[in-house]
Design a protein around this ligand. Structure first.
Ligand code: GLN
Length: 199
């Protein structure tokens, strides 16, 4: 029997372990990815929450930014939460000087759009594609998706209309942290993309 394809969690900075745990609980083989060789060995990648400017800098220092962009262009499934969504966005507002993203998602995000750390909040978020119940969503200095380009689609919005989850082909991004709330449906969605892409 073929082994299930390993999936990676980009492990430069951020809440790597939380993602690893959700994926492991779902039965996936998970590896931490820091080098281009480790990236070569995975068939999908999660970019965790953390600090996007740090993930950006480290990814360039470790010379894995270019290979990640190439894999995104080749259709590898990637799921980014919070800082990970920022790294997937084609356009980032309120970035620090010189900050870059991997890109791939046809969206514009604004960093820290919900204010500072002490304005973090949790809410019940309807995500129609995931069905019932609503997603318990934790926002920690998350980005908001200010515009969704024609290639991407909004998966979830707050009651005031601000978009906080987006998808485009094999890419998926959330402003919040499903990995912190025992919410596994986004990770399952991601693993389904990996299984389809690897088939
Ligand atoms: N504010 C962080 C950034 O700009 C994201 C916060 C998070 O990932 N929880 O990267």
């Amino acid at each position: 029997m073929a082994l299930p394809p390993a999936v990676g969690v980009l492990a430069l900075q951020g809440d790597v372990r939380e993602h690893q745990q959700v994926l492991t609980d779902l039965g996936a083989e998970v590896v931490q990815v820091r080098t281009p060789a480790q990236l070569d060995a995975v068939s999908g990648l999660i970019i965790p929450g953390g600090e996007s400017s740090v993930i950006d800098k480290l990814s360039r220092i470790f010379e894995i930014a270019g290979p990640i962009k190439a894999r995104i262009a080749a259709g590898m499934p990637v799921f980014g939460t919070c800082a990970g969504l920022i790294m997937l966005a084609d356009t980032v507002l309120d970035s620090i000087n010189g900050q870059q993203s991997f890109g791939g998602l046809d969206v514009t995000v604004r960093r820290n759009a919900f204010g500072s750390q002490n304005q973090s909040f949790e809410t019940q978020l309807a995500v129609p594609e995931l069905g019932e119940p609503a997603v318990h969503a934790t926002f920690i200095r998350g980005p908001v998706v200010e515009s969704v380009g024609p290639q991407a689609r909004a998966m979830a919005s707050l009651p005031d209309g601000r978009v906080v989850a987006v998808a485009q082909g094999n890419l998926l991004g959330t402003s919040f942290h499903p990995e912190m709330n025992g919410e596994a449906r986004f990770h399952r969605y991601f693993l389904d993309l990996v299984a389809e892409h690897s088939a």
